[in-house]
Design a protein around this ligand. Structure first.
Ligand code: AMP
Length: 285
């Protein structure tokens, strides 16, 4: 496995893989890898000849009062996991390598960032799109893998790739969970023992909400009830929302056949956790 800190090294390695006729799969991450990341890497390994993983905590997607500085990092462990998973190339650049000064160009996808995390984290998706566009231009993969865990991000990247004609296929993979249902996340390390015990309420209430929505209960009532369930367990709700997959816009009524996302962001102590369930109206609960 090769580890590259420089853009030119990545370009050379991918270039020679492509000249060998190899198909390139790419998994962008912020590191501190867990089974969620590894599921994307395994999928990339299965369907591609050359697998690239990037590990970069992207400063421009964090707000000024967010956790950029204390975001968990462990490059040595990440490299070991990548190696064991059969990754061919890890790109772990410095901030200076990615953002030499001056840096003046940003990528913004309109509309899809108006709600959910886009509303509570202004500028977040602009930072995400900018770094992902840069990474796509550096790695030039055939296929890139994203998790449904960050569902709004996945939808926005899908749109960016379509709008800007990146010749890259986007694959969105299912959420990997702990045995008790908590969605795996690098940020779960922020949880105290007690918070960790309570956090599975997020997924439990999402499942309950999905069931009730499919049973025809009023959307507004269901959302209120979910918020109450989570607050009763000690979480502080940032948002609970039902949006259409297509435009990530809130809805108050289901239309048959349409695809929806029931999503929430909840603070447990200093950890802001997100999770969601995707379903089609009319499917069986
Ligand atoms: P991150 O390192 O948090 O930026 O995540 C990198 C990629 O892994 C993103 O596409 C995430 O959606 C995905 N990911 C993170 N957690 C999970 C999970 N529990 N299940 C599936 N994918 C995940």
């Amino acid at each position: 496995m090769k580890v590259a800190k420089k853009i030119t090294t990545v370009r050379k390695a991918v270039d020679s893989a492509k000249r060998r006729g190899q198909r390139v799969g790419f998994v962008p991450t912020m590191g501190y890898l867990h089974e969620g990341h590894l599921s994307l890497i395994r999928q990339a390994r299965k369907y591609n000849d050359f697998v690239v993983v990037s590990i970069f905590v992207n400063p421009i997607q964090f707000g000024p009062r967010e956790d950029y500085r204390r975001y968990p990092r462990d490059l040595r462990r990440d490299l070991k996991l990548c190696k064991e998973a059969g990754v061919d190339l890890v790109f772990a650049p410095s901030v200076e390598e990615m953002y030499p000064q001056p840096f003046l160009t940003y990528v913004e996808v309109k509309e899809l960032d108006k709600h959910l995390c886009g509303a509570s984290r202004p500028g977040h998706f602009r930072g995400v799109c900018t770094v992902v566009a840069k990474l796509f231009n550096i790695v030039m993969p055939d296929v890139a893998y994203f998790g449904q865990k960050d569902v709004q991000q996945a939808r926005i990247i899908e749109q960016m790739v379509a709008d800007l004609n990146f010749p890259i296929r986007i694959r969105i993979m299912p959420i990997v969970r702990e045995p008790d249902g908590l969605a795996m996340s690098s940020r779960n390390v922020y949880l105290s023992e007690e918070e960790r015990r309570k956090a599975p309420i997020i997924y439990q209430s999402l499942l309950k909400g999905k069931r009730e929505l499919l049973a025809g209960r009023q959307v507004g009532r269901v959302l209120k009830e979910l918020a109450r369930d989570v607050e009763m367990a000690g979480g502080k709700v940032d948002y609970v929302e039902l949006v259409r997959w297509e435009d990530m816009a809130p809805v108050r009524k289901l239309a048959p056949g349409e695809r929806y996302v029931l999503a929430m962001a909840v603070w447990f102590g200093r950890a802001r956790l997100i999770d969601n369930v995707v379903f089609r109206a009319g499917e069986r609960g």
